[in-house]
Design a protein around this ligand. Sequence first.
Ligand code: ADE
Length: 223
Amino acid sequence: MRIDIITLFPEIALAPLSESIIRRAREKKLVDIHAHQLRDWATDKHRKTDEYLCGGGQGMLLKPEPIFAAVDELKQPTTKVILMTPQGIPFRQSHAQHLATAEHLIILCGHYEGVDHRVIEALVDEEISIGDYVLTNGAIAAAVVTDAIVRLLPGALGDARSPEEESFTDPTMLEAPAYTKPNEFQGMKVPSVLLSGDHQKIATWKKEQALRRTQENRPDLLG
Ligand code: ADE
């Protein structure tokens, strides 16, 4: 899989993708990630990428020309073009699973008030938001989406089962609480059922706890 991120801040996008599991996935050639400087496709002498809004209004928008030129240069027949924007569809685990099957993604990162709408009309297949808040730039969001996709690629995680057992693989339920050693810490004990060796009982306890945690933290998932 190949991922091209187009942004005014390639270093912001790459920093979280250069450590730990994602770094190893890149070293193993499971994914080829490139972050490009949008300014490299600006043709005027100041390498300008933004402009005032037509019709007035606060702030600046990314101009269409450098983005069209970048996509034109990088796009392949199978490419899916994504725009990171708070106006996009909320990003979920199921979406990450779907995108992990793609051959090539181009991820466009908004900045300032966003991008000229002709970019969305003509180039973008999917607009994605990582949550109902506004970041200073889409490079942070692109790193989040890329991380969520790449860790799902076969071979990226050491233990092949681990993505299936976590929260959001079942989109209606959070994970149960988990404990490790020591069995007692500052007077707090690991629940005795987890030390009982009774797998049936442990499974039932985990189900109950997962439901309780979901009711407390994410009642919206239960409908
Ligand atoms: N750019 C700024 N805020 C964003 C968000 N919440 N999701 C995706 N891209 C963004």
